[in-house]
Structures are given as C-alpha cells and as structure tokens.
Design a protein around this ligand. Structure first.
Ligand code: GLA
Length: 655
C-alpha cells in the first residue's frame, strides 16, 4: 500500500488548503511566488469546489482546475486533491431533498452552510460517486497529483427516514434477530420491546430519557455510515491511482467517529488541530491529539490543518503571539508529523471564514503571519531530511475507546460532571507534565511493548479487552485504571457488582458499595492529596499491597487508591499535581523514564528517532541541561551540555 513516505521522500510537507476559486486568476501567480518564497511544497485543492466543478446537474467545468494543477506542477508543488463531496451544490438539495439530513427533532439541515448531506442518502452517495469518478479519471495521470483527500472532516448525523431504514439494516447485521436486539437493548424496561423491525427508529426526540443502548448503537451506526461514504470514494480514486495514498482529515478527539476503526481504512492518517492560543494548556492539548494521531497511524502522520493565526469559531478568537505558530508546528513534527499544513493558504475576503486566519493574512506578504510562515518553511526545509519517516514508540500508553466514551457519557448517570475527554486530558496532562511521552492505544490492542499502561476511564469494556488487560499485567506490565472502568459490557449492561469481577480481583476489591460523585469544586480528602469529581465506597478484600485511604467524611478510612502487584485502581480524580506525582512514581517503578531529567517546567522534550526536540512554551529565557555534544539542526551549531532557549524557542538536537 502507498503511504506518506511515498509523498514526503525525505521532506516534511508544508502548505495547506488552497482555495483559489475564491480569487480572480490574476492572484494565482502571486500565490505561486509567495508559496515558493515560503517553501510551500504541498497544497490541498478542491475541498469545497463541487459547485464549481458541477455548476449544473451533470455539467463539468474542469478548466480552472486543469490550469491550477499545471501551475502547481510548474512550480514544483505537489497537490493533495480533495473530492468535493463535503459541500454539495444548492441544486442537489433543491432537486433532491432526500440528500439533506434531519436532526433528532425532525428539522432539515438546509444548504447555505456546508456538510448538508445525509450519509444514508442513496441519491447523495450516487452523485458523490459520479463527481469523484470524473475527478479521479481526469487527474489520475497528472504529475502534480500526490495524494487524495476524501471529503472533509466527516462529522454529520442523520435521524431522517432513509437513515432509519439503514439503521434497521445495520441492526439486523449486528443482532440477526429481534430477540437478540431486544435482549441487547434491555427493552423489557419501560415497555420498549420491538415486535417488528419497522418499529425501530433512530433515537429521535422523545419525552424522557432514551434507551441508552439504542443511543450507543446509533453512534456506532453513524460512524459506520460515514465510513461507508469514505470507503466508497476511496475505492473509486484507488481504482484510478493505486500508487497514490488516500486520507481524510479527522477532527481532533471528535465524538462522532471511531478513529481507531477509521485509521485502518486510511493510507495516511491526518488530523486538523486548533488549540486555543490563550489556553495555558494549549501545548498539552495539542500534544494529546498529536500522540493520538501518531498512535492511530502507527508512525508518521499528517497535520492537515491548523491556523497560522486566529480561528473564527470561538467566542473570542485570539491571534497567535509571535513565535507560537512555529513552536506548535515544530511540536507536531517532534510528535511524529511529516506534514505541517494549514487551513488555509490565503485568508478569505468573503464568506463565513473571512475572519479565520490564513498563511497569508489580510495584511498580505508583509504581514507578520506570512513572515513567520516563511521562517517556519525554512526551518522545515532544514530539518526535513533528518526527521521525515522517523518514528519512536513510547514506553507508556493511554487507553482510549470511542465505544466506552459513547456508552459512558449519556444522559442519566451518577454524574454529568464526568466527561470522558476531560479525564483523558487530565491523565495525559499529568504524564505530559512528568515529561513522559505517551502513545495511545485501544484496550484490545497488543500492549506488550509498553512498560506502563493507564486507563483514565473505560466505562465499557468488552470481554476481549478485559482479558487483554489481565494478560498484560500477568505478563509483567503495570496497569493504572481510573474510576468507572469496567462497569458495563458491550451492550452497556452493568456488570454484576458494578465493576467486572475479574478486575475487582485484579485490584483487590471485594465490594464496590456505592459511587459517590462530587459536586464541582468539592474535594474528597485522601491521605496526602485531595480527590476531585468522584469518589467510591470500596471494600478491599485484603490482598492489596498498598492502599491510600479517604480521610474524613462518609468514606473515612476506606481505600481511595489500591495497588495489588502491578495493578493500580484510582477511585477519584487526584488533583493535577497529585496525579502527576502518582503517575511519575508508578512510571519510574515500571522502568519508564522521563525524556530528560531536571527539565524546566515550561520545556517539553520529545524524542523522534535519535533526535531530541526541546520546545520552550514560556517567554523567559531558560537553560536546559543536555549532557553530551549535539548539533542543533535548526541553527546548525554544536551545543555541549546545555542549550539556552528564548521565548517560544526550539532546538532539534542530533547526537
Ligand atoms: C475545519 C475545516 C476547514 C475550516 C477550519 C476552520 O478544520 O476543515 O474547512 O473550516 O475548520 O478552523
């Protein structure tokens, strides 16, 4: 199978979404000049160009795209060509209202924005296939074409009638019989038993709480339907260009897609990443997504979109202070990106994103944004040959599963304060602050290569996943599980005892009497730290090697944390410093070392191959002790034993 290596060929790809159809053609030569000056070597064309390519049903206008493809080729810039299917032209919805999705309240999502397509609509799928076929046939042999980009950020839901029919088909495949479905969904509760497949609906607007397994299956179904749309277009372009890789861009930690499953269907895994420049944890938020994407790719990956300056979709949209764009871009490279790309090349003057930055901002060529982009292009050109294609697996893995998220974060539960992504973030942040690099893994993946595996929260665990975790510990791995792990089975049925019996035995828990969720701001005092968000009334079975107890309150003297051998259970969310200290200690005991010892708090260190990236997230100058002699690839200077980094400074050290 073709991969990212076939495109990068020893370079880091640099560029972004290029939407020249928004501009008069006179602008194009200037675009090319500025791209070349900035070291741009890759652009994504056509993402939202369906109405331009097919202005009327069946008509074709490829002339403009022909000229652009030629222009890019002449400039030595590769083209990632997108299928335009994320935003159908108005005529499609007008002539075929069945292509439009419905929300859970039955309201239609009309054209006038984007992504107004129903994943289940046969008409939409047919039209998308035809335009994809024609695009692929036309450009298959074009020398500028390097990769395919299918659709854009698949993220739509549909509760309409055609989706309902497909949902029933999906359920038939999953369960075979209505009896099996009724059992899995627990329809004995509230008189929900189904006697005919035609009675089954997506979880539409209802008077009161919906059936949780129906909701869970609808999420599984939605991810699968979108994947069918992706795969159909991928197979078309593959038929024309079997030698070129295919990708689609994920939204980071997006609830709608099981990205583990999706990544198996991609040649290149790519993601869009927009941490808030004002967020004090923005760097770690970025690192989390980068680690997750690298893990899905099992190696180098593509940063398909980021913003060179402000976005336009937050309440308040902050620009990136001087140097931050470079720092966060190089952070992505440190964590495995072989492509640093943006939405978009030139900031739009019209349309919904005219306040969203581009690599060339409204200030133009002399604006700070473009000047910084240019500097970054030079940096990437310098380090590209040394980094591209390199990979280094981490010693620590964080477990994450979309199905556990979907089942766990539903309406009626002990606490709506608990959110799966927040827990993932809190645990990843603790490891990040301890300077431990982490991969992510699915609970059914082979975990044997990791010294430490942590599960911030896996509310739903399949039997296969439980067996996998037990085997991992039996074979010498160290496992730390957070609260609400192993509660439900695959159908969201609570396991007897409120936590799987095998896991209780693993941690030394006899009885889980009650969950005691905490109010926002409330603390559960424990020996040596405070817990937040959650606590549990646990009875130990006397086999644990170590326990930390709750102090005071209703749970006084009961175990908050248990360790039995190499298995840990943490029944609360320790405050950030305490969680960091706990995980740092467990990691050290497990033989997982921080990237460097004695790092200043603001400095992130990451290894990629034998390169050491030092990324300074602060503004005051710091000195980092790095024993030995290295060459800094960014400055081409030799550094011995220590490196000084200024505001948002970066060093890429080669031994
Ligand atoms: C997403 C989309 C882009 C653009 C950006 C704005 O990532 O893929 O088309 O809308 O958001 O941040």
């Amino acid at each position: 199978m073709p991969g990212l290596d076939d495109v990068t060929r020893g370079r880091v790809l640099f560029g972004g979404d290029y939407n020249p159809e928004q501009w008069p053609e006179e602008t194009w030569p200037e675009d090319v000049r500025l791209m070349r000056d900035a070291g741009v070597n890759s652009v994504t064309l056509g993402v939202f160009s369906w109405a331009r390519i097919e202005p009327r049903p069946g008509a074709r206008d490829f002339g403009w795209l022909d000229r652009l493809m030629d222009l890019m080729h002449a400039a030595g810039i590769g083209v990632v060509l997108a299928t335009p299917t994320a935003s159908p032209p108005p005529w499609l919805g007008h002539l075929h209202p069945d292509t439009l999705p419905r929300d859970a309240d039955g309201r239609t999502e009309w054209w006038g924005g984007r992504q107004h397509f129903s994943h289940s609509s046969a008409t939409y799928r047919r039209h998308a296939a035809v335009v994809t076929e024609d695009l692929a046939a036309r450009y298959a042999g074009h020398p500028a074409l390097t990769m395919w980009h299918i659709n854009n950020e698949y993220c739509t839901y549909d509760w309409g009638d055609e989706a309902a029919a497909r949902f029933r088909g999906w359920l038939r495949t999953r369960y075979g019989t209505l009896d099996a479905l009724n059992t899995a969904w627990g329809t004995a509760f509230w008189s929900q038993a189904y006697g005919d497949w035609r009675e089954i609906l997506p979880p539409r607007h209802a008077h009161y709480l919906k059936n949780p397994t129906q909701v869970l299956d609808f999420k599984r179904f939605t991810s699968d339907m979108l994947l069918e749309c992706y795969a159909a277009e991928r197979d078309i372009v593959r038929r024309h260009t079997p030698h070129l890789p295919v990708t689609t861009n994920f939204m980071p930690l997006w609830a709608g897609l099981d990205a583990w499953r999706w990544a198996e269907e991609e040649d290149v895994v790519s993601v869009d990443l927009y941490p808030d420049p004002r967020d004090p944890s923005g760097a770690q938020a970025g690192a989390l997504v980068q680690d997750m994407t690298r893990s899905q790719a099992r190696g180098p990956w593509m940063l398909m979109e980021q913003a060179a300056g402000p976005v336009n979709w937050r309440g308040v949209n902050h620009p990136k202070p001087r140097g931050l764009n470079r720092l966060w871009s190089l952070q992505a490279v440190a964590r495995g990106a072989d492509a640093v790309c943006y939405f978009q090349w030139r900031q739009s003057r019209q349309g919904a994103e005219k306040f969203h930055s581009g690599m060339v901002s409204h200030a133009g060529e002399h604006g700070r944004t473009y000047q910084e982009v240019k500097r970054l292009g030079a940096d990437l050109a310098r380090i590209g040959p040394e980094v591209a294609g390199r990979h280094r697996a981490a010693d620590v893995a964080v477990l994450h599963d979309w199905h556990a998220w979907w089942a766990g974060d539903q309406e009626a539960r002990p606490s709506r304060e608990v959110a799966h992504p927040d827990l993932l973030t809190a645990w990843h942040r603790a490891l990040w602050r301890a300077h431990l690099t982490t991969d992510f893994a699915h609970p059914e993946h082979d975990l044997g290569a990791y010294r430490l595996v942590v599960a911030p929260q896996l509310y739903l665990l399949t039997d296969a996943a439980i067996a996998n975790l037990l085997a991992y510990v039996r074979q010498g791995g160290t496992l730390v599980c957070g609260f609400l792990t192993g509660v439900a089975d695959e159908d969201d049925r609570i396991r007897p005892g409120g936590m799987d019996a095998r896991l209780r035995e693993l941690f030394g828990i006899r009885t889980l009497h009650e969950w005691w969720p905490l109010e926002p701001g409330e603390r559960a005092d424990c020996d040596g730290f405070a817990g937040t968000l959650w606590s549990e009334e646990l009875e130990a079975d006397g086999t644990a090697d170590e326990t930390v107890l709750y102090k005071g309150g209703e749970l006084d003297g009961l175990p908050a944390v248990l360790r039995k051998g190499r298995a840990w259970y943490v029944s609360t969310l320790p405050e950030p410093d305490a969680l960091r200290d706990l995980l740092a200690r467990v990691a050290a005991d497990a033989g997982a070392r921080p990237v460097l010892d004695g790092l200043p708090a603001d400095v992130e260190a990451v290894r990629r191959g034998d390169l050491l990236f030092l990324l300074h997230h602060g503004r005051e100058e710091v000195t980092v002790e790095v024993p030995g002699t290295h060459r800094d690839l960014l400055t081409d200077t030799v550094v011995t034993d220590r490196v000084t980094l200024g505001r948002y400074g970066v060093a890429v050290l080669k031994p």
